[in-house]
Design a protein around this ligand. Structure first.
Ligand code: PEP
Length: 285
């Protein structure tokens, strides 16, 4: 996850050579897609599953990975807290990473029911999903909470996957870009570096609904995120931007071809081994 100087050099050289294609969008992405970088496929199991299911999916993925005869994308699985240790142990000798779905904004101490970034790191997580819309809506998490959580995650060298996305009402009012860019600006800790985090663009109305934005809409939003990242971190082209919301074997290939889509965050389909594996295989990197 820490990109080598060589990749930086390749990235910078290709930025110089890159001229954005003419599109109807007013926000052309300022950076080329990082086609040399592997995509990331993240599975968010939410509060689903049990011991048997978690074992079946994690062990099944490990087996499929061993049998795979072509390069695969980076993969991370985010089970709920009780199964992190189990899934970690099942995947220990594989390239699949694990992540938590949340962490406390506090470092440690008397916060009953919370799990700290330090503990999450300690049991072997590489990632932590922060600011998922279900946490924003059900648990009233604000951008300020997410920023505080991201800051403690970074302190523990956990890579936050920071989720942003517009509601249906915001989309219908033509406020998609304004909404997601203010979430982006307000959720990132000061002094965060480009290689330390990922963004997941997840339209709230697309999560679990079977509906997705059009490819043009995804491209437009990801381009706008990339451009905004350019004002915050450098080089902004190396921060992966995932798309999430009703990703399935039927649409994953098309979505992952979109410019500035560096992977996908998958909810429902990550609980079905064959569907998740199909999505993993849809990535051509
Ligand atoms: C999610 O909850 O992060 C998600 C993308 O869910 P789904 O794939 O089920 O829409």
């Amino acid at each position: 996850y820490l990109y080598s100087p060589l990749l930086f050099a390749i990235g910078s050289a290709s930025t110089l050579l890159y001229s954005p294609p003419a599109t109807r969008h007013s926000l052309p992405p300022p950076f080329p897609p990082m086609s040399s970088r592997k995509k990331l496929i993240a599975g968010n199991w939410k509060m689903n599953g049990n011991r048997v299911e978690a074992t079946r999916i994690a062990a099944g993925l490990a087996r499929k990975l061993t049998d795979a005869d072509r390069p695969l994308p980076r993969i991370t699985l985010c089970p709920s807290f009780p199964y992190l240790g189990l899934v970690h142990d099942l995947l220990e000798n594989t390239a699949i990473k694990i992540g938590a779905q949340n962490c406390s904004e506090y470092l440690e101490g008397s916060y009953t029911g919370e799990a700290s970034a330090k503990q999450i790191k300690d049991i072997g997580c590489a990632h932590v999903i922060l600011g998922h819309s279900e946490r924003r809506s059900h648990f009233k998490e604000t951008n300020a909470n997410i920023k505080a959580k991201a800051a403690v995650a970074l302190k523990e060298k956990l890579i936050p996957i920071i989720c942003i996305g517009e509601t249906l009402a915001q989309k219908e009012a033509g406020q998609t870009i304004t909404a997601i860019l203010s979430q982006l600006r307000e959720s990132l800790p000061k002094d965060i570096r480009a290689e330390q985090f990922l963004i997941a663009y997840e339209p709230v109305w697309a999560i679990g609904s079977g509906s997705t934005p059009t490819c043009e809409e995804i491209e437009h939003v990801h381009g706008a995120i990339r451009q905004e990242l350019g004002k915050i971190v450098s080089p902004a082209g190396i921060t992966p931007i995932l798309y999430g919301g009703s990703v399935s074997p039927a649409n994953a290939k098309e979505i992952m071809k979109i410019q500035n889509v560096n992977g996908v965050l998958v909810g429902g389909a990550s609980l079905k081994l064959d569907e998740f594996w199909d999505i993993i295989q849809s990535s051509d990197e």
